[in-house]
Design a protein around this ligand. Structure first.
Ligand code: URA
Length: 316
């Protein structure tokens, strides 16, 4: 890829991130515009491919989907000339664009089934293979507009082969229902598909390690590429760490601000287990629940879902 194409890709990524964060206007100096225009007016064999075909927002308009969500408004064609600017919005870098899978809508069910088969047979983490009962692939609508990503299955999920079915999962189900959706209208998955082992312990769960999440991440990437959700909700700091390949993410800082994962808007929020722990506090977790609900309202707005006065006022 030429230097110019790299610069252009970096600029597009930055703009996607800003757009996902709600920015609508970017100041561009005329001199910068002129400099960026120069290579376009003198095409060379190594010139970047047209911006609209490489930018995630340019993917074909999705067919109407199940789930009661309004179809998104059309994204206006974007002018290709923008300067590259240093990302300043969050301390977590946006990952580079994903190569397209090039799978037609008709081919998607088979591709999804094949991905599931591969994941269920995975033996990349031998220490997890020997202790797992299930590979917890994911659950919900493969055409969902909204996807939830958690960290890893716990004991309950390992037993049942389904993500978020324990106490934290039941809270997640109630959060989903509060938006007017149901579990089968969204998609729910984890970064790590196997329960982290707890050597010498017959109970309890542990946080997945960075190397385990990195090993498993390709399955989640493919899930996201096939589902093409319009919004991802990252549940907790560990999910953000796994998705973005970072360590020591501070979810208290990140939550509530849009991030961009390969062009898909991500809303980081608290993990339901954190909310449950907050229930032991003096306010019985009300402040934490309110923050999670504010994050979900942002998600609903982004998806152009109807929001009733009652929903707006849940924590007022
Ligand atoms: N916590 C997670 O992050 N994922 C699950 O599936 C269950 C609990």
């Amino acid at each position: 890829m030429s230097a110019y194409a790299q610069l252009l890709d970096a600029a597009i990524r930055d703009l996607e991130e800003r757009k996902a964060a709600g920015e609508r206007f970017v100041a561009v100096a005329p001199a910068t515009l002129g400099a960026l225009a120069a290579p376009l007016s003198a095409p060379t064999p190594t010139r970047a491919k047209p911006v609209e075909s490489s930018a995630p927002a340019a993917r074909p308009a999705p067919a109407p989907r199940a789930g009661g969500l309004q179809p998104p408004s059309a994204t206006p064609a974007r002018a290709p000339l923008f300067p590259a600017v240093q990302p300043t919005r969050t301390s977590v870098a946006a990952p580079p664009p994903l190569p397209a899978l090039n799978i037609s809508a008709a081919g998607k069910p088979a591709a999804f089934a094949a991905l599931r088969e591969r994941a269920l047979a995975c033996t990349k983490c031998p220490h997890l293979v020997t202790t797992r009962k299930s590979v917890v692939f994911g659950v919900g609508d493969p055409n969902a507009q909204l996807m939830f990503v958690g960290e890893a299955p716990g004991a309950d999920e390992d037993q049942q082969g389904e993500p978020f079915v324990g106490r934290a999962g039941q809270l997640l189900t109630r959060i989903i229902q509060a938006t007017g959706l149901t579990r089968d209208k969204v998609y729910i998955a984890n970064v790590l598909k196997c329960r982290p082992d707890t050597p010498g312990q017959s109970y309890g769960n542990r946080k997945p390690r960075a190397d385990e999440m990195a090993t498993c991440l390709p399955y989640l990437l493919e899930q996201i590429q096939l589902i093409q959700p319009r919004v991802i909700v990252a549940l907790g700091g560990t999910a953000v760490e796994g998705l973005f390949g970072q360590t020591e993410v501070r979810i208290t800082r990140l939550r509530g601000s849009w991030m961009s994962f390969h062009g898909t808007p991500v809303m980081p929020t608290f993990h339901p287990s954190y909310v449950l722990r907050a229930e032991d506090g003096p306010d019985k977790g009300r402040a934490t629940k309110r923050q999670v609900w504010e994050d979900m309202l942002q998600v609903m707005e982004r998806l152009q879902m109807p929001i009733s006065e009652k929903q707006r006022g849940f924590f007022k």
